[in-house]
Design a protein around this ligand. Structure first.
Ligand code: NDP
Length: 474
């Protein structure tokens, strides 16, 4: 069976004991990886620290060129990486709405290239006969990256690319559920980057915790659940690490009565079932006006019944399995709770017969706030659709949640929808779209969905410390 090693100081590191990486569509291991420990974190941090002076001393253009080389290498290995992503996450190669492994690897390439072209210019605050005041951006040092299982390659690139471009070195840790693509990427990247610049270790929560608390790591980029984010923040306080936290969401969409129900249902389905609902910014609660409620729900139900759920390696699969058993159990539990609260299931509602962590795409009606499926993040292929009559009330309910990642308003009246969207308490809002992210615009969470942001100049700047330079001319 194929093995993927950790990469520390440019070397492949295996351990005597190994652990299997499970394909969630068949519940069988397809690869073996080493058993990483906090001692490997220490080695990786020492390598990253040793590589930092030379890497940060390279010119910005040199580092930019390396990022483009990484993108070239991803392009050259795209089909192998897509296959790996599908094997470890379960997502289809193409998938419903083209949201599959092709999007994951293609997105990683796009983010590398756009990040590479993002500048960190010196800003001049004042320049007169007496003084010149400049604001410089300096690399922070060693950045620790901890990533989740839903978009393992793309999110790793979201962390690594800006950290490296700004002149930092990196110690990454993928989720123990999906380590293979990240390890393979690290192997490819180490043919391009000097040893120690990008190290990737694996392991369970203790390895993540060792990164979060390590005294020689200067910043943590963490993407994952809000509860783990809180632990990371606590552990990071020892040496006052800088933090970028991208955490869980419970994104609401508000659908106004003037839309074409059939047309909007197709778009809503795509963003509710984005990566089988396992996307931080998937639409997780829908508020649909009473005038069009039945039509929108029925259309979404018809689409849910028509999609093909199966093994992502099969060409015509629209939606794959949940990535892991724990997540499947959460989805089953929320479905059971909604059922006992009297909700109506237009489709699905249960796990499919195994093997594989499959849950049928599910549209739930006759449900409202106060039910766990509405109030909590389901992170799976089940969406509650809530009926409303007063849009102000819908906005209040959308905002009445600790999460604040994304939100959207759907209407033919773009001006009104834009005004309403601005009232949503979330880091990103969209009009007639959702999860419509791009590499040159910031993405971050309000409230308990995170701290700081990623992407564009703003995300890049989070990988730096400010140095103010004041020059007295006389
Ligand atoms: P987790 O929070 O469980 O895990 C995220 C990462 O943290 C994993 O690599 C995990 O390692 C690691 N980890 C676990 N315990 C610790 C610890 N004590 N200290 C440091 N690291 C630790 O999230 P999931 O992987 O389950 O991902 C799903 C969640 O992530 C959802 O809630 C989702 O909303 C959120 N998410 C947010 C995104 C955003 O951009 N806002 C994007 C994607 C997901 P291991 O798995 O090896 O235990």
């Amino acid at each position: 069976m194929v093995e993927y090693a950790m990469i520390i100081d440019g070397q492949k590191i295996m351990t005597q004991a190994t652990v299997g990486v499970i394909n969630p569509a068949i519940e069988e291991a397809f690869a073996q990886i080493p058993v990483g420990t906090p001692a490997h974190v220490d080695q990786a941090v020492a390598a990253a620290r040793a590589a930092f002076p030379a890497w940060s001393a390279l010119s910005y253009n040199d580092r930019k060129a390396r990022l483009h080389q990484l993108a070239d290498a991803l392009e050259a290995n795209m089909s192998e990486l897509m296959q790996l992503v599908t094997q470890e996450t379960g997502k289809p190669m193409k998938g419903f709405g083209d949201i599959g492994s092709g999007m994951e690897v293609g997105g990683a390439i796009a983010w590398l290239r756009v990040t590479a072209e993002t500048e960190l210019p010196v800003e001049v605050v004042q320049d007169d006969d007496e003084v010149r005041v400049e604001v410089h951006r300096k690399p922070i040092g060693v950045v620790g990256s901890i990533t989740p299982w839903n978009w393992p390659l793309m999110i790793a690139i979201w962390h690594y690319a800006p950290a490296l471009l700004a002149g930092n070195t990196v110690v990454g840790k993928p989720s123990e559920f999906t380590p293979a693509t990240t390890l393979r990427f690290a192997e490819i990247a180490n043919e391009i980057l000097p040893p120690g610049v990008l190290n990737v270790v694996v392991g369970a929560g203790d390895v993540g915790a060792a990164i979060a608390s390590h005294p020689d790591i200067n910043k943590i980029a963490f993407t994952g659940s809000s509860s783990t984010g809180r632990s990371v923040m606590q552990a990071a306080s020892g040496n006052l690490k800088r933090l970028t936290l991208e955490l869980g969401g419970n994104d609401a969409g508000i659908v106004l009565p003037d839309v074409d129900p059939k047309e909007v249902a197709q778009k809503l389905f795509t963003v509710c079932f984005h990566n089988n609902g396992q996307t931080c910014q998937a639409l997780k609660r829908l508020y649909v006006h009473a005038d069009i409620y039945d039509e929108v729900c029925n259309e979404m139900g018809a689409i849910a019944n028509s999609v093909k759920v199966g093994n992502g390696l099969e060409e015509d699969t629209d939606l794959g399995p949940l990535q892991n058993k724990k997540q499947l159990d959460i989805v089953c539990e929320l479905a059971a709770d909604a059922r006992s609260a009297g909700a109506q299931f237009l489709t699905g509602g249960e796990a499919a017969a195994g093997p594989g962590y499959f849950f049928l795409p599910t549209v739930v009606t006759n449900i409202t706030d106060g039910t766990r499926l509405v109030d909590e993040e389901q992170f799976g292929p089940i969406v509650p659709v809530i009926k409303y009559s007063d849009v102000d009330d819908a906005i209040t309910r959308a905002n009445n949640n600790p999460a604040g990642l994304g939100g959207s308003v759907w209407s033919r009246d773009v001006e009104r929808a834009t005004e309403l969207a601005a009232r949503l308490e979330s880091g990103s809002v969209w009009v007639n779209a959702h999860a419509d992210i791009q590499p040159n615009a910031p993405m971050g969470g309000m409230k308990q969905s995170g701290i700081g942001c990623e992407f564009g100049y703003w995300g890049l700047a989070e990988n730096t410390d400010i140095q103010t330079v004041k020059i007295r001319k006389s």
